[in-house]
Every structure is written in structure tokens, then in C-alpha cells.
Ligand binder design. Sequence first.
Ligand code: SIN
Length: 317
Amino acid sequence: MHHTKIVILGTGGTIAGTASNASSDIDYTAAQVGVSQLVGGVKGLDGDIETEQVAQIDSKDMSFEVWTALANRVHHHLAQNDVQGVVITHGTDTLEETAYFLQSVLNPAKPVVLTCAMRPASALAPDGPQNILDAVSVARHEGAQGVVVVCAGDIHSAQDVQKIHTCQLNAFGSGDAGLIGFIQENSLKLLRNWPLDQQIRVQVATENIAILNQVKCWPGVEIVMNYAGASGALVDALVAQGVQGLIVAGTGNGTVHQSLLDSLLKAQAQGVHIIRSTRCIQGGVLARTDDSFPSSNGLSPVKARIHLMLSLMGLRA
Ligand code: SIN
């Protein structure tokens, strides 16, 4: 059977937001408009499209329950023969986390394209409709695969994408890795490869989903940051509460204040998993011979946290 259907899953965000004043791009409420209404308003969107509302939230409130529901629905739709790809409408604030989570859990052979908007649906010139149109054209692109993010015409990998601006329409960057590609005049220009293929991934995705569906309580993994005058007080308090893992958003190449380091080493000695990342938005941390903690392998603190939580739950990510 020919794969032609695109399934668009709604989760909320500014793209589904409304404001009482159409000229305001700031004072609005996210997650008000249903995904079918949003998609219905996109001029030029044609072909076989199905919509489904998985959640309706401001993505700052993203939860493990919504992630689990979303992973299940994406996995389900991708398994259908007539589905070519999945598009997800999402808030910009935690979009990079959801993208990384889905890529890690599903590593899909078909495209899963997250998109968003910086202006609410009720704005005078909303950016959501064009982003949805672009996301669908990426999902329909021959050879597209893996989880990617489309915003303002740019295509980012789940691994590298970060929200880097609070208010510009083009709010995302992929740092040193650069874009996967971009959409220009309705055609896709590819700059590097789609996220990598793996032979056994359908089976792994199914096993990962089964684990997620059984887990009652996700492991406690928190992020602590290094800064001038940092102490170990937060780490000590988290260890006392039973935290299982800590990601350190260190300064520069993952360096930490001596007081924070002392508490982290104590925590590690008590069995807490510690991963060294950086608060710098580019560059990642490079391993040093005297490292006390493993590095995050280029992952930002929020993505390193997801990676650690998934591996503590036994997922193959
Ligand atoms: C959200 O993340 O849900 C609100 C902010 C946005 O989408 O830009």
C-alpha cells in the first residue's frame, strides 16, 4: 500500500493559543484551539490528513504522563501502513525535550516532525499555519526519517535543537551541528543526513513503549547549575530526598565550584548518578583525564536528564 497519510497530533502550545487583543503576541493563553480547527485553517494544506488531540497544555507544564501518551500514539500511527509520517503541534518551551524524548524512545524509520509557533493563533499574522504547512511538507519528503523540529522554515534534529530566543519567530538553533535543512519556496534543501537508521529499531521502540507503560514513577533526576558562589546545599537536600541522578550544568567545559564538587562527590559515593554537562549553549563538554563524572556526550542539561531517566528505567535509548 502507498503511504500517503499524515497524522497531526495536537498537544497545545502558543500555536494553539488565543489572546483577547489580536495585536498582542505576549498576553495570550496557550493551548486553546483544537488541532483539527488549527489544521483546518491552514491554506494550501491538502492530501490525506488526520488529526488527533493528545493533550492541550502549555508546554511549560509538560508531564511524564503526556510524554507516555504521546509516545504511544506516535508509535501506533507510525505502525499503520497507510501513514507516511506524523506531525506534532507543540509549545516551544519544552519542544526540544519532547523531540529528544521521542527520538530516544522510538528512533523512528518514518518522519516525526514537531512544529510550533511564537505567535498565538489569534495574532494578526500568526506563524503557526506556515509552520504546519512546512512540517507536513517535511513529513511528506521522500527519505525523511527520525524526529525533527520545523520552525520558521528551518529543520533541526532532535539531538541538537535548542530554543535560543525568547521571542523571535525563529526561536531555535542547532549550534555547531547546524540545520538538517530548510524549506525555501516550498522545496526542501537538505544540508546533512536525517537522524540515523538502525535495523532493529521497531522492536526496540515496542519494548521501550512497553517499559514506559509499566513505569509507575519515573526516576528522580534533577539539574543543578554551577555559578559564582555556588554551594552544595541543593545537592545535599536532593540527596536527602532520595534523588537518583543529578545533571550538573557546569560552567565552561563543565567545571564546578569546589563546594558544589564536594557535595556531588559525596552524592556519587552514595550511589547517585552524576553527569557533567555545561550551561554554555554551544560546544558540549569535552572529557578530561581528571574527570570525576562522565560527560553528557554533547547533550544539553535537559536532554542529558532525559537520557539518564530513560536509562535508569531500562529503556534502550
Ligand atoms: C508553550 O511552550 O506551550 C508556550 C510557549 C510557546 O509555545 O511559545
